[in-house]
Design a protein. Sequence first.
Length: 435
Amino acid sequence: MRRIRAAVTGAVTLSLALTASACGGSADGGGQAKKTLTYWASNQGSSLEVDKEVLQPELDRFERETGITVKLEVVPWSDLLNRILTATTSGQGPDVLNIGNTWSASLQASGALLPWDEKNFGAIGGKDRFVDSALGSTGTPGQDPAAVPLYSMAYALYYNKKMFQDAGIDEPPTTWDEVVAVGKKISKDGKWGIGVEGSNLSNNIHQVFALGKQHGADFFTPDGKADFTSDGAVAAVKQYVDLMAADKIVAPGNAEYAQNQSLSDFAKGRTAMVLWQTPSQTFAAQGMTAGEWGVVPAPVPSGAPGQDAQTNSMVAGINMAVFKNTKNLDGALKFVKFMTSDAEQITLNKTYGSVPPVKSALTDSAFSDPSLKVIRDTLAASAAALPQVPEESQFETVVGTAVKELFADAAAGRPVTTDSVRAKLEKAQQQMPKK
């Protein structure tokens, strides 16, 4: 997901389930509905206005081809989920919308979204057009997906070449030990080794999930029960917070970051490294040229990314969903087919710095850039989908908040111990729905 997803209240799944039947389409009357669609796009670029500038020409092209007008609204990630909830309650939902791929199973459980069965996938060219890792984040395994992949991303480690050069560092780190060693060498005189977004709940989850895999923890049992207090989960959270608390390579102020401030610090030469999803457009908007930064796979214990303990990213990305009660299903399917066509996949993913989840578009030369190759390789070999369970949204909220509170402790100089981490995670687990 390019913009970090909003935190979700514990009542999301129930609220959506109760209101799904009220969800409506875009226009009044059958004739008018067939000529219009409403589309809520997520904020992918450096601003809402940039997204409008990117998307409107493509929507105009779709109208010329089909005669269907698409009414566009770009919604910030901080508002998107609440907007979905309000829409389902009022019955004034859009026809088509973008969702963060980690929401797929939670929204699927509500019944509000169109299931992508064989017939619906057939209308857009077939399920086998999409990359397997992207399909893995479209809903609960064994059920028809709740959405289709639109943009694919993964985390990587971005580093400031000049700051590395000034510190006499010749090679970027590939292990966490190396990250800490490099960070300590750089963290002085107002400069810091690595940036975090300590108050961004979803970003916290993304990082501790990958670290959890490296410690043998999944945060949920195979039957979908919350498992936040295992030794591996505790170790993962402590390792992440210790970048500030013990290693002292993260500025204490990062505990309050939640709006991509770590990218600004990176571009301005205040922070040497950042773990992020395809930030090239934001770097450019901050005045940074492509030659000023480098990118390598996110670190793993062995230095060689792979599966299980060498997993280095969650499968990040944006999915496209259709409200089940749209009044213009045929038009909505045509629009999803258009947006996932090779031409649009190449145009949009190239613009946003992401990679296509459509196999045939992914092979285009536009995605052969070395920085994008890191993302492609990560998605193909060393990324794992966040737990595809209905309670995933609540997981982001309660564990993300626990990590936020631990960063606040670290910033204030309060000790962050294994016991204190476990206590926070126990509290988080108690807030989860009982199975």
